[in-house]
Design a protein around this ligand. Structure first.
Ligand SMILES: [Zn+2]
Length: 409
């Protein structure tokens, strides 16, 4: 059973310092590689799916959140406002209002819709220090967020496409979704908008889930304050459930920000806002992966993808050449030479590295490597260039397989 708080620190994936503060983890080099690679993966998937990326600041005037409804409905989770030259500035609790303003900054025709704005951006939650720990409860969050501005007729297709993106990302990351949850409002007055608005939004999401043919459970009291959502639930090895990905339908914020598009009839119409996140926050996604895989990330995500093990210092020239070729192929190789101990000790130390390339005197003589895979398979020695090319192909395809074809021992 892996605890990401312990293992994540041991593996140098994240750290904390009392001087930085509770709930404010930093990412040392290996963690930064994982995070960067994950972010690049998401941006790439979003580009292919027709999203446009934007950047927006992590602060805004308090007034922005008064309009969005966060200030009155989400206030307990927000940091206090800062007084800056007579203006009240707050750390943002979500990216939605910024994206609504980016959309509103110019006129839109129905022909351009859906407009899909995506950002991997910072947001903040004023968690109490007692509940903070590791990467799952943090005060500074990097969110994989996007907002789709579309017509009512387009909502179901957009939400379905978002669910498909989520399924694809889970396959590439080796995550199993546990179940789909339709999160509905509960009792109490923390929700905005009319009963009619909630019914329409819920009907669309129910339709999407039915069309996808997936089983789901409805859960009251789990909706966002502005609308219902589909939550994709995952469980860790201990059976604890968490929400990574969501798809939400929102009629409220387009109204509050007076968003519009020009329809085929030449008149102004109100778009619907679909909020969606493929992997949720980068922090929570990495925490989940660490607990699920014990640090044995898919090869494309691993901080070190290949460790090169010269049996003795005599093979250092060949090891250095392989390192160079690996880097040139876009891989992340490292050499662990004799100074790191016996070959057996070095192999054990690199147990989480997907590929171990052993170079002894025999391999060095004819530019071969003896590959060991993380899952324990050992391959016959093969030409170094072939080994690199096959590894680079698998990694380029973001395969969760370590090897294609037979790996004979
Ligand atoms: Zn949003």
């Amino acid at each position: 059973m892996f605890d990401h708080r312990k293992l994540g620190r041991e593996l140098g994936l994240f750290g904390t310092d009392p001087l930085i503060g509770a709930g404010l983890p930093y990412w040392p080099p290996d963690g930064a590689i994982v995070r960067h690679t994950l972010e690049e993966y998401i941006r790439d998937a979003e580009c292919r799916a027709g999203y446009q990326h934007v950047y927006s600041p992590v602060l805004a005037k308090r007034e922005l959140y008064e309009i969005s409804g966060h200030w009155s409905h989400y206030h307990d989770d927000m940091f206090p406002a800062m007084d800056v030259g007579g203006e009240q500035i707050v750390l943002r609790p979500s990216l939605c209002p910024h994206h609504a303003l980016v959309y509103r900054s110019r006129a839109h025709s129905y022909r351009e819709l859906p407009v899909r704005l995506a950002e991997l951006g910072g947001m903040f939650r004023s968690e109490l220090s007692g509940v903070l720990g590791g990467l799952t409860r943090v005060r500074a969050i990097q969110l994989n967020d996007a907002h789709i501005f579309c017509t009512l007729d387009q909502v179901a297709d957009e939400a379905s496409a978002a669910l498909a993106m989520i399924r694809r990302a889970y396959a590439d990351l080796g995550i199993r979704q546990a179940r789909y949850r339709l999160s509905l409002p509960g009792a109490g007055g923390k929700y905005v908008g009319s009963a009619d608005m909630w019914q329409r939004a819920t009907a669309v999401l129910t339709d999407v889930l039915d069309r996808c043919g997936v089983a789901y459970e409805a859960a009251e009291g789990e909706a966002a304050f502005y609308g219902p959502k589909i939550d994709v639930q995952v469980t860790d090895n201990a059976g604890r459930e968490a929400t990574l990905s969501t798809v939400q339908v929102d009629f409220h914020q387009p109204e509050r920000f007076d968003l519009s598009y020009i329809g085929a009839d030449g008149a102004r119409h109100r778009p619907v806002m679909v909020h969606r996140s493929v992997i949720g926050s980068v922090e929570r996604a990495v925490a989940h992966l660490i607990e699920l895989q014990g640090g044995a990330f898919p090869a494309w995500l691993a901080p070190t993808q290949m460790v090169i093990l010269p049996v003795s210092d005599a093979q250092m020239p060949q090891a250095s050449a392989l390192l160079r070729q690996g880097i040139d192929q876009g891989l992340r190789p490292q050499i662990a030479g004799q100074e790191h101990g016996s070959l057996g000790a070095r192999i054990r130390a690199a147990r989480l590295v997907p590929y171990q390339a052993v170079i002894g005197a025999k391999e060095a003589a004819d530019e071969r490597v003896a590959l060991r895979l993380r899952d324990g398979r050992r391959l016959d020695a093969l030409p170094a260039a072939d080994a690199l090319a096959r590894i680079a192909t698998l990694i380029g395809a973001r395969s969760t397989k370590l090897w294609d074809g037979d790996a004979r021992a």
